[in-house]
Design a protein around this ligand. Sequence first.
Ligand code: SF4
Length: 706
Amino acid sequence: MSEKKKNTFETTCCYCGTGCGILASVTKNGKVDVEGNPDHAVNKGMLCSKGMNLHYTVNDRSDRLLYPQMRFNKNMPLQRVSWDNALDRTAAVFKTFIDKYGPDSVAFYVSGQCLTEEYYVINKLIKGFIGSNNIDTNSRLCMSSAVVGYKMALGEDSVPVCYDDIEHADCFFVTGANPAWCHPIIWRRVEAHKAANPNVKIIVVDPRKTDSCSVADIHLQINPGTDVTLNNAIGRLLIENGRINSEFLKNNTEGFERYKEQVFERTVAEAASICGVSLNDIKRTAAYIGAAKGFLTMWTMGLNQSAIGVNKNLSLINLNLITGHIGKPGSGPFSLTGQPNAMGGREVGGLSNLLPAHRNLNNPLHRKEIQEFWGGAAISEKPGLTATEMFEALENGSLKAIWIICTNPLVSLPDVRQAERALKKAKFVVVQEISNKPETLAYADVILPAAAWLEKEGTMTNSERRISHLAKVLEPVGEALPDREIICRFAQKMGFSGFDFKNDADVYEEHAALTSGTSIDVSGLNYELIKGLKTVQWPFPKDSIQTESKRLFEDHRFLTPSKKAIIHSVGDAIASEQPDDNFPLILTTGRTRDQWHTMSKTGKVNKLKQHLAKALLEIHPDDAASLQIKDGDIVSVNSRRGEVQIKASLTNALKRGVVFLPMHWGKVLNSDLNRANNLTNNLVDPVSKEPDFKFCAVKVSKYSKP
Ligand code: SF4
């Protein structure tokens, strides 16, 4: 056990991908207390508002699911059953569908909050034994465009930087992200660095004026969707100003000449007009980047959640490549992961198009390696269904059964009415959950109560490839079981071997062995070592000695076949649903400071509601005036897919023509008309399949009772 002192345990925050260390202690009356771990490499004792209030979510067990439930047919109510009953029935139904319709008739939809060990066993079960690649995760909704961007540019999904690069950077280009709210502990480090070094420049690119802009030297308030135009214009200026790294380009990259042609197709003045920002601000931005010794690009959902998310990522990574700002202190493209273990899920290959340890599904040798290691069925070469595809397949009947773990798709998926129709039509739905609140439970044929954070052991990997151990602090409530154990029990009910792990440490060691010889090799790690080192970044092959933070590609040899990074020239056409006379405004969605995802945890904490108690529609005062809307009025927001009825909040933080809704709220007082995803669109990026949450056409009108 990683027991710090009696009844105090080291663990990791279960919210964002920053990965802050937490000390959790159990008081005499059995309640849990939390504080930041002062010895943790990431946060050195600091926590943000969400992390600081985690004990409330743990100590309030009133919403917890306590025992398995099942309905014997769609018309019957749910009944309490034993674990054996629930898993026997689920195994029987899965076997029936697989025999009749093939392995692709079943699917698992999981979460970036699952621990690495959980991801590992679910992935092993569906890919290695059921024989389908139908596992996808809500991480598809937040970082899959970054995964593709890294793979295309650097050869693999390998984040090259570490948090220690912050103190070495003198120019930050923060785009499509509001880290002041969404990655607060990372942002405090950036702010402190700037406060100590006033020459450090911060450029924030965002259609909204967010809290992150308060320390920015330049806020480029671009029109939604115009990121590629902006990045290409900056690229052009860097070339024109002679601020590129010719030696790096010649020796370590491919594709620069084509890129140069592409970015010179548009003048910077044209770009400024398309983006809706001043020419002078773009020039100042290029000058700051050109003068930087350390240039760190940081981004999240504003780039990723887009119908052109991959192009946005590539156009940004290009700025690091043409300036040679990668693989050295203070420099590199840094995708900040939204969820605590989005990175761990990618390591074990827990998405429908991935295999463990960055192996490729379309590589027959990689498939063979995995099959031989697991000793199960042949790995299918057909990519599985992605998040939105699963729900489309449920609606059209080609997918029969879905098993949803640790995620709430009826709030978080785009065009959520479609997801509702899909679950209504599904032949069989299993929901594995900690809480009795998620909307999906109403559609479940089987409900499996899962152990929550602190009730199970495992590991997670944060945004900078740092692996942390999470201690088990409490016994699970009621009959709840750890997710890993539920899946292993189910696999055994299905008659599969290789799931008789003694404990989570055993699962980790199997995962680690499978990474041996790959670029993410952690074969030198086991639980005792991770706990002893406190945290550790990958790679960590056998016999490693690691003493400090790691960045990748310091030798400028990338993971592409040529060992050179690839500069992809990308066009700037916007593929999103465009506003028109009927739907004249652009809706963009996002997070608020104190809520997490669909609020099944943070929604229980009154303190966290003080910042923003209810969802509000943010709208520019001029747009509001033209619609005769006053601050606080109830408005109807309509898109081609649905409606939201909500209070308006007038703010100059938005550009005219753009409105904003937070994504967290689901049903409130039995009304689901607060749900932003009633409106959004399931248009996805053609390569990453990540949805376009940041851009759809809506109209807003003052609400009038029907
Ligand atoms: Fe948790 Fe992220 Fe806040 Fe750190 S910054 S305490 S990981 S929510």
